[in-house]
Ligand binder design. Sequence first.
Ligand code: PEP
Ligand code: MN
Length: 264
Amino acid sequence: KLVSREFKKEGTIIDVGGVKIGDKKLAMMAGPCAVERLELTVGIAHEVKAGGASILRGGAYKPRTSPYSFQGVGREGLDYLLEARKQTGLPVVSEILDTRDIDLFLEKADIIQVGARNMQNFELLKEVGSYDKPVLLKRGLSATLKEFLLSAEYIMSRGNRNVMLCERGIRTFETQYRNTLDLSAVPTLKELSHLPVIVDPSHATGKWNLVAPMSRAAVAAGADGLLIEVHSNPECALCDGEESIKPAKFKELMVEIKKIAQAV
Ligand code: PEP
Ligand code: MN
């Protein structure tokens, strides 16, 4: 299979506007769960950049469990991210929900995110697989690693070789936190596949105070990068404030992470 380490021995490195994902240097993706307002988005972008982020995250389209929850600002949100990119130079990653939005994402995003809920949306996988735009594929809420890799295979088999895998926690019997971060997935995916492995400690735990310890653990386990939710005012965030850390905390965490990365 195209995703397998057998097929390709050396690890894949994906160049996103000069940021090399899968390279020795950790790829730090950070930003709000959801894009809200222009000034807020730009402000957070400047703050995460100052803290050491290399890529800005932000959802314009949000896949919410309840239809009554904030659904994202949509198309306009991608323009807020573009303005943030213009001001900070940070490439942006944002989630696509609908194949009909592909042209929009090809034009405006540097990395297209396929979220956990769409890991087995095969039509969406085939669509993002038809271009060479980098894709960040998140593990499904109850997907095995085999299923996860087969979803990556869907993208690659269409021609797109710029795929990164993201472990974001899985459903278990434990209810203390939102999901259970499956850290064994990191070295296992790296053994089975040549694709870069990113860890999202924010959705994996759902609790801001667990983000730092699980980030440290993820880097120690060999992750190629992290995807972290950062908000300047988490109490007022329209989505996932409870798992978002503040910029100062993010900066502090980046310093700790660098030390661990050097030791791995
Ligand atoms: C996200 O990263 O914005 C997100 C919705 O995550 P997940 O698909 O992992 O739940
Ligand atoms: Mn979120």
